[in-house]
Design a protein around this ligand. Structure first.
Ligand code: F6P
Length: 320
């Protein structure tokens, strides 16, 4: 193998730059040429590809976002569109491709790996932590810390004004961000899609806190359950309970990656290239019990990601 390429795809995540850096440096260390594909799969079909040198990935380990840019390209599900992508890679003589992204990006990578001889490895980059085959995805830890920062600030004003706040966090259909943020933020209630709770229980907890003399409450709501305004409406109309809403939104995707995300991204990026050098393809790298592992794309999709329900049960006992 002489030439590989790397792209980032889907929603960006802090630590993607560190992963690109690791791919580029590992490739060059091992005598490979490495190309950056700018703008995800769209950039690939448009041929927006440039060779990267060691210096091109200097000073990026600490930066959020992805300097290779990212995009969502639903058209990539179309085999005709993928044909163009394969042609572009072949024209450049690229023999290996590293795709850094989430679920949708992996589906594109799996399809490519089944249709071409170019070897393909996935690296999990998404704040949602919703990918099977890895305990953590790149960006999750940073997003979690961003949410905690916000919860701490909202708690101050919630406490001063004796208010109930609903804080809506990202995660698509996964409750990982909400669950861990709810625990670390000392919230009264955590609502996740994996374990739907009756709103009456949320109201009971608000009342129990009030009875203990605590006049403010924090409810952490995963976006996969419903929106914060929807929950506030139910609370008002059904239980006459007022709540303020904060939707954290894309602030959760930005910012300097945490040390944990930088290290995770560096290890996974390095491992992805090691696998290509070993002739592997059609696999996603991950970390399990602090050991690097790889899983066939098919197996990643066979299992359904679920939040750790033991952690959820523990959280219940902490917010009595
Ligand atoms: O997958 C990452 C994520 O940030 C989800 O948490 C969220 O639902 C989605 O992307 C938002 O996507 P977009 O930036 O395209 O609106």
């Amino acid at each position: 193998m002489k030439k590989i390429a790397v792209l980032t795809s889907g929603g960006d995540a802090p630590g993607m730059n560190a992963a690109i850096r690791a791919v580029v440096r590992t490739a060059i260390y091992n005598g490979l040429e490495v190309y950056g594909i700018y703008g995800g799969y769209r950039g690939l079909i448009e041929g927006n590809i440039k060779e990267l040198k060691v210096g091109d990935v200097g000073n990026i380990i600490n930066r959020g976002g992805t300097f290779l840019f990212s995009a969502r390209l639903p058209e990539f599900a179309n085999p005709e569109v993928r044909k163009v992508a394969i042609q572009k890679l072949e024209e450049l003589g690229i023999e290996g491709l590293v795709v850094i992204g989430g679920d949708g990006s992996y589906r594109g990578a799996m399809a490519l790996s089944n249709e071409m001889s170019i070897k393909t490895i996935g690296v999990p980059g998404t704040i949602d932590n919703d990918i099977c085959g890895t305990d953590f995805t790149i960006g999750f830890d940073t997003a979690l810390n961003t949410i905690i920062d916000a919860i701490d600030k909202i708690r101050d004003t919630a406490s001063s004004h004796e208010r109930t706040f609903i804080i809506e966090v990202m995660g698509r259909n996964a409750g990982d961000l909400a669950l861990l943020a709810g625990i670390a933020g000392g919230s009264e209630s955590i609502l996740i899609p994996e374990k739907l709770e009756d709103i009456s229980e949320v109201i009971d907890r608000v009342h129990r806190a009030e009875a203990r003399g605590k006049k403010h409450s924090i409810i952490v709501l995963a976006e996969g359950v419903m929106s914060a305004p929807e929950l506030a409406k139910i609370m008002k109309e059904k239980y006459n309970e007022d709540a303020h809403c904060t939707i954290l939104g894309h602030i959760q995707r930005g910012g300097r990656p945490s040390a944990m995300d930088r290290v995770l991204a560096s290890r996974l990026g390095n491992y992805a290239v090691q696998l290509l050098l070993a002739g592997e393809s059609g696999r996603a790298v991950g970390i399990q019990n602090n050991r690097l592992v790889s899983t066939k794309f098919e197996d990643v999709f066979e299992d359904e990601h679920t939040v750790d329900l033991e952690v959820y049960e523990a959280s219940k006992q902490l917010s009595i």
